[in-house]
Design a protein around this ligand. Sequence first.
Ligand SMILES: CC(C)(COP(=O)(O)OP(=O)(O)OC[C@H]1O[C@@H](n2cnc3c(N)ncnc32)[C@H](O)[C@@H]1OP(=O)(O)O)[C@@H](O)C(=O)NCCC(=O)NCCS
Length: 395
Amino acid sequence: MSSVTGWSALVDDRGDDDEPAVLVGRVPEHVLERQRGLHDVLAEDVLELDRLGRRRDVLRGQLGEDRVLVEDVVQLAFEPPELVVGEAEPGEVRDVLDVGARQGGHVAMIPTMSVPAIRPSPTIRRMTPADVEATADAYLRDHWGDRRVNLSFVASHPEMRPFVADADGVVVGTGVLCVNGPVAWIGTVWVDPGWRRRGIATALTQATIEAADDAGCRTLVLVSTREGRPLYERFGFEVETAYIILQAPGLAGPPVAGVRAVQTTDLDAMVALDAAATGEERAHLLRAFATPDSGRVYERPDGSLGGFVVRAPWGGGATIAPRIEDALAILRARRVAAGTDGKVSAGLLADNLAGLEGLAAEGWTESWRAPRLIRGEPLAWDPAAIWGQFNFAIG
Ligand SMILES: CC(C)(COP(=O)(O)OP(=O)(O)OC[C@H]1O[C@@H](n2cnc3c(N)ncnc32)[C@H](O)[C@@H]1OP(=O)(O)O)[C@@H](O)C(=O)NCCC(=O)NCCS
């Protein structure tokens, strides 16, 4: 039951006002004036509830510190007039008829009196770098992981369109779009647990979809949690396939032949391999993240590029290789680099049966899976060439 302080907050708000308070019942006239101006809960409505004996809960403190359950006032405002009349004592008919006749302040209250009038309705706006710290802290409070590094990137990278739900300066929700040419990813849709089931995620998702439309995207994709799936299905997303995340322990052994650090001269070939595998334009991500430290390529004996892995600053690792043997070489190299104390993850599409078998034969085991949803034009892509993701809303 949400109890909202009625008078105490308003009475305390008098500040340094020296004017003597004129009381209506126990409510100072200037407080009533202010409430009328704000279209807020009218003290008169509460007094009326008192006259009707309908107020369910009054906590009395010191003089001028009454509190009231706002639900009671809402209930009064939405009560059919006949019903209220039926319950009134004869002596109170005039007051009750005031309610029915929409006098005494009730006209304004019916359209404006809703929970957001008490708890501000969030505004959907673009996330800026100034939002990063508070948003990352909010995720941590909800045990949604430490996403500070990812949020810093998201809030400043030109192909990202991040949104927040802002309730009076407090971030209570997020939704992020990543524009990969004609394809866009939606992700990081999160709402503070205290603000859920009010349509905030729906509004955030709508904002990302509109941003995708504005950017000329024809296909939207996302990976959904169980909680998020009904939301996206209401927007017309359909399950296309699933990501299967596998893990394997690190290995001892010599470096894997053919696997070497990324060089700037590899980038064009990497971008071409990536586009054929994903059906997306991710050059902006590869150029942002690929360094000799963060990226490895597999160079075949004939000198051609068999595949690559590029790690994002927050972890994850986009891994692309059209041939299974090249992918296995890259993933084996990652296990060797992790050492016997380490652990490595890979993410395959459920369609990649040969890849899943190949990894199982090398000791990889499934860790979790999640559906991939799509909306819009189908993609020309090669799911069997995908072995790992950047994660966090960017594929
Ligand atoms: C999934 C999540 C984002 C949904 O956020 P939300 O703001 O509660 O979502 P919405 O309010 O828009 O919709 C949720 C439900 O509330 C309902 N709803 C919306 N407005 C409502 C209102 N005013 N009163 C009552 N119900 C309402 C919706 O119809 C929907 O119903 P459903 O259970 O049938 O799907 C939120 O639960 C969350 O942050 N979960 C953890 C992170 C996560 O899993 N994110 C998804 C990543 S893919």
